[in-house]
Design a protein around this ligand. Structure first.
Ligand SMILES: [Zn+2]
Length: 299
């Protein structure tokens, strides 16, 4: 289970409509929505990875602290939600370094995971993996092995795997797909979860678990369970992608957690069968007081 912790106005489809200079003037709903997710996860005894935007962590350090103290993993969504392939190598390094420092300070834990805004590590931004390694990240969750207008590496492996790069090695934990007629189709999260019928997600995860014997990596955003968020005047397609079925998502999430078991991304990666020998030794990680070590269960 993974959550990209950002506000409704941070998403890439609103880039250019809500400039970064205006972010601080917008009504913030991310704390309330994330706390709601934390309560839902408590209810189902689910531990999740929260990829927190550095910009959010800087303004709401108590939220980051709460995420960690309630037994979840804090990981990085970068600082300013800029697409990786739109940045220079130096700017990307500055962005991920800043986010990691903010999140480690707030959580009191080492941050080892990263997910790029809009899965923007693509064939033209693979250099970012070297920067992530150099900046101390142990896994990346930014490659979506599909065709899409903004992201995707269709030929990339569909399950967690270790990548050897010139800077060292890193585990890649891609968002989940099923392969049908030679095409990878997204099944586990975000707009696909909201826009398509719930049974699509359920069928896809069940197929991964039973036919392929693999876990799924599911993702969602706090704003996706907030039907009352302020509406932003954007193009029709963007509005469709962002606003449709917001009132149904929480109910679907609850159903999903009744149908499957979930854990954090780093827990999944420590399970060697999940990662093709890409196992992530992490025994040195300090655990927060009160954090519960749970049986390793994942979908
Ligand atoms: Zn994002």
């Amino acid at each position: 289970m993974s959550i990209d912790v950002e506000d409704y106005f941070h998403v890439s489809v609103f880039d250019g409509i809500v400039p970064r200079s205006q972010w601080d003037t917008m009504e913030s709903r991310v704390v309330r929505n994330t706390e709601r997710l934390l309560d839902i996860f408590d209810e189902f005894e689910v531990h999740s990875t929260f990829f927190v935007l550095g910009w959010v962590g800087e303004r709401h350090p108590d939220l980051v602290k709460t995420i960690a103290s309630r037994g979840h993993e804090v990981a990085s969504h970068g600082y300013a939600h800029r697409l990786v392939y739109d940045q220079t190598r130096a700017a990307f390094r500055e962005d991920v370094r800043r986010a990691k420092a903010i999140l480690e300070e707030a959580s009191g834990r080492r941050v080892i995971g990263y997910r790029a805004p809009s899965y923007s590590i693509t064939p033209r931004s693979l250099w970012a993996l070297d920067v992530l390694i150099e900046e101390g990240h142990r896994y990346d969750a930014s490659v979506f092995p599909v065709h899409h207008d903004r992201y995707g590496i269709p030929g990339s492996p569909r399950h967690a795997h270790r990548l050897e790069r010139s800077a060292g090695s890193i585990v890649e934990a891609p968002a989940s797909t099923v392969r049908l007629a030679g095409v990878n189709l997204p099944i586990a999260g975000g707009g696909y979860f909201r826009l398509l019928p719930y049974m699509w997600t359920r069928w896809g995860i069940d197929r991964l678990n039973t036919v392929e014997q693999r876990p799924a990596i599911f993702y969602l955003h706090p704003w996706e369970i907030d039907p009352d968020q302020p509406r932003i005047a954007a193009a029709a397609l963007s509005r469709l992608r962002h606003y449709r079925n917001l009132d149904k998502t929480e109910g679907r999430l609850r159903r999903l957690m009744r149908d499957f078991k979930f854990s954090t991304v780093s827990t999944l990666l420590q399970t060697s069968t999940a990662a093709d020998g890409a196992g992530l030794p992490m025994s040195a990680e300090p655990r927060a007081a009160g954090a519960v070590t749970r049986r390793v269960t994942w979908v």
